[in-house]
Design a protein around this ligand. Structure first.
Ligand code: UD1
Length: 363
């Protein structure tokens, strides 16, 4: 059984790592990694492959940045070539980035079966490119691997056959637990940010990169104002995404000197910082889930989330993007401290379940 496992952007790499590792336990599975090249800077891509113990990709499409149409088209043409030559039995896509959408369409039109890991999540916000990617991918997926109950409900409501939907848990959490174990045996002093971490405790950890937050001057200025307020009480450690860096320069956004702007961090160093944060402020999807798995107070700077279980069961508070609302949520998160329960099947074994199902699916 030949399988192409597709990754393109930073959050994909954490998701394919446990899936790739678990494939090795199935001798009948020939699992090849396809890197679309959507993310390409060393610190956005290769650093993750190194940290996550992923081998060099079997195929690299080198698609790079561009408008959504250009990027998606480049990925599609590159992926079509290798699919036609290699004829995989399955294409496994993860998450909701442009690479997910592009490769699932190519596979399906070549009559190759598509499995979607992290299927069924919905923000119901069609202004998010990720929501379009999720909906299009799920509309042509053959086998749905779902992280939380809401995903199953959404897919059933959209008319997907129940037998093709599998609640398997969360591969992001498989990776988190695996990496936490490894971090225990490592000397923290190898991380350049160790001193900053020790001097800053208690601190807030921040990530921010959604176009809806950083591509609009007024919204970004408002968020920056709230962050500068929070920084009066707590230092903030802030690895800055390339998109955010570009927009900060364009809008001339000035942050307090208590907000420590860092280069994008590898997975391990990022985990080393956020796992001990007093509060995590973020607009990332993955961090909402990872903080929930460890019970760390998280404030999501967005108007909606496609991961509602992180709020109903976990430690996440959905703040919105208005400055007063962010300040209020940050205060509540700090008061609340470590809290929440870990959702069902977020136990580090999702990838194993995925292969047990994929290797036994009959069509
Ligand atoms: C993409 C995903 C988003 C995910 C995010 C994680 C889509 C639609 N969006 O958003 O869901 O949360 O990745 O990071 O797929 N750039 C670099 N170096 C790189 C990559 C990008 O400098 O290695 C810069 C380029 O200027 C590029 C911009 O960042 O134009 C945005 O990159 P892109 O991949 O288009 O979207 P992200 O905002 O990273």
């Amino acid at each position: 059984m030949k399988v192409f496992l597709v990754a393109g952007a930073r959050p994909n790499f954490m998701k394919i790592a446990p899936v790739y590792r678990a494939a090795k336990k199935h001798p009948a599975v020939d699992c090849r990694i396809v890197h679309t090249g959507q993310h390409y800077d060393r610190e956005m891509s290769q650093a993750f492959f190194d940290d996550l113990d992923l081998p060099l990709p079997d195929f690299h499409l080198e698609a790079g940045s561009g408008t959504h149409a250009i990027q998606t088209a480049k990925i599609m043409t590159g992926f079509e070539k290798i699919c036609m030559k290699e004829k995989p039995d399955w294409v496994v896509v993860v998450g909701d980035v442009n690479s997910t959408l592009a490769c699932s369409i190519v596979a399906k039109k070549l009559l190759i079966r598509v499995a979607h890991v992290e299927a069924g999540l919905r923000s119901f916000d069609m202004t998010m490119p990720e929501e379009i990617n999720r909906m299009v991918t799920d509309s042509i997926t053959d086998c749905f691997f779902v992280t939380e109950e809401s995903g199953e409900k959404n897919l059933l409501r959209e008319g997907k056959p129940g037998g093709s939907i599998h609640v398997v848990g969360n591969v992001m959490i498989d990776n988190l637990f695996h990496q936490l174990e490894r971090l225990k045996n490592e000397d923290g002093s190898r991380f350049p940010t160790q001193l900053l971490k020790e001097q800053s405790r208690p601190y807030v950890f921040l990530t921010l990169h959604r176009p809806s937050n950083v591509d609009h001057r007024k919204t970004f200025e408002g968020i920056a104002g709230a962050l500068n307020e929070i920084a009066k009480e707590r230092p903030i450690l802030f690895p800055v995404h390339p998109r955010t860096k570009k927009m900060m320069a364009e809008f001339d956004i000035r942050l307090s000197d208590q907000i420590h702007e860092l280069s994008p961090l590898g997975f391990k160093e990022s985990l080393f910082l956020w796992k001990d944060a007093e509060v995590v402020l973020t607009d990332s999807g993955g961090l909402q889930e990872e903080t929930t798995a460890l019970g760390i107070p998280c404030v999501t700077i967005r108007e909606n989330t496609e991961r509602p279980i992180t709020i109903t069961m976990g430690s996440n508070i959905l703040a919105g993007t208005r400055p007063e609302a962010i300040l209020k949520a940050n205060h509540a998160a700090r008061q609340r401290g470590r809290s929440g329960t870990v959702p069902p099947y977020w136990d580090g074994k999702a990838a194993e379940r995925i292969w047990n199902i994929l290797t036994s699916v009959k069509f």
